[in-house]
Design a protein around this ligand. Structure first.
Ligand code: GLV
Ligand code: GLV
Length: 326
């Protein structure tokens, strides 16, 4: 009997074909709608592998419902949607896709930074709404990017790729990370500092940390109050790293200048979310890695992780490599 793979969302055709050549595939055939929990719990009963993504929760109930599961892989670098401890307890490898999305996500982070600093979405609305009367000295004036100080919280691969872009804009680069990264300091001229100093000194505060219990609500009222009034906050990591109410207050009361957000505490956010009332907020719907080329690579890598898991081989990138005993 062929192994069954459950795919929780419609994925690019080449990745689907790769899997169909080797297994029976159930795919939730929607690009936007989430698979209902009861459908997922039903389909995984005889599944050998699950191909998932950022928004579909692979929790304890899913593991309980799938006694034959041998591999889980997510089409993402972040894996906070998966109960990894539960997978590890059952000896099931969990795969993810670091590396292939680094530069693309750094591009989005920098675009959000620039769009927020120079108020591009507001300017676009201004023109479309017929409000453009003439050239005007202080019309839609924003903040300079070049030569400013950028503070990167979380100097992983993506943080480094953002720093490389910042270097091209002659920015001073500060970073905060769990551990110091001497090679990133030497290569990029970045300077390590404590979070408090980073917040006090930076014109741009970029949150790049993964979602863990240590980073939950890392940015709260106190942190926003330390930032400069002219400073801009960018988050392309996870919404749970931020106290959204504190962020809203800081923006509303102009205690910080603006924010660019690709991620939210609850996704999707509703159109009546208070943050969307504010002109000094630029938003995107969690599209950090969304280039055609990169999303295709991520899907192929996830498929490869699944196939390796089914063959009992080590995945290309395993989150819980302790299951292999090293
Ligand atoms: C997307 O957010 C990812 O973790 O890849
Ligand atoms: C992601 O690849 C990171 O390590 O930042």
């Amino acid at each position: 009997m062929k192994d069954k793979i459950v795919i929780t969302r419609k994925i690019p055709q080449p990745a689907l074909e790769l899997l169909q050549a080797r297994a029976e595939v159930y795919m939730w055939d929607s690009e936007e709608e989430q698979i209902p929990q009861d459908v997922l719990l039903g389909e995984v009963q005889d599944a050998a592998a699950i191909f998932t993504n950022v928004s579909d929760s692979i929790n304890r109930a899913v593991f309980d419902a799938s006694p034959f599961l041998r591999a889980v892989a997510t089409m993402a670098v972040g894996y906070d949607n998966i109960d990894v401890a539960e997978a590890t307890r059952r000896g099931i490898p969990v795969g993810h896709t670091p590396g292939v999305l680094t530069e693309t996500t750094a591009d989005l982070t920098f675009s959000l930074l620039m769009a927020t600093a120079r108020r591009i979405p507001e300017a676009d609305r201004f023109v479309r709404e017929g409000r453009w009367k003439s050239w005007s000295p202080m019309l839609l004036t924003g903040q300079d990017v070049w030569g400013a100080t950028i503070g990167i919280i979380g100097m992983g691969r993506i943080g480094e790729a953002v720093a490389r872009r910042a270097k091209g804009f002659d920015m001073s680069i500060l970073y905060h990370n769990r551990s110091r990264r001497p090679e990133a300091e030497a290569k990029l001229g970045s300077r390590y500092c404590e979070l408090e100093e980073l917040l006090l000194e930076s014109d741009y505060v970029i949150l790049m940390a993964p979602a863990t219990k240590d980073t939950r609500r890392l940015m709260g009222e106190r942190e926003f109050s330390l930032m400069k009034r002219s400073a801009i906050f960018i988050n392309t990591s996870r919404g749970t790293n931020v106290d959204e109410e504190a962020l809203y207050k800081a923006l509303k009361e102009k205690r910080i200048w603006a924010a660019g957000l690709d991620v939210f505490q609850t996704e999707p956010i509703s159109t009546d979310h208070p943050l969307l009332e504010l002109d000094n907020v630029v938003v995107a719907p969690h599209i950090g890695s969304a280039s055609i080329a990169t999303r295709t690579k991520m899907a192929m890598m996830t498929a490869e992780n699944i196939l390796r898991g089914l063959s009992g081989d080590r995945l290309l990138h395993t989150v819980n490599s302790e299951i292999y005993g090293r």
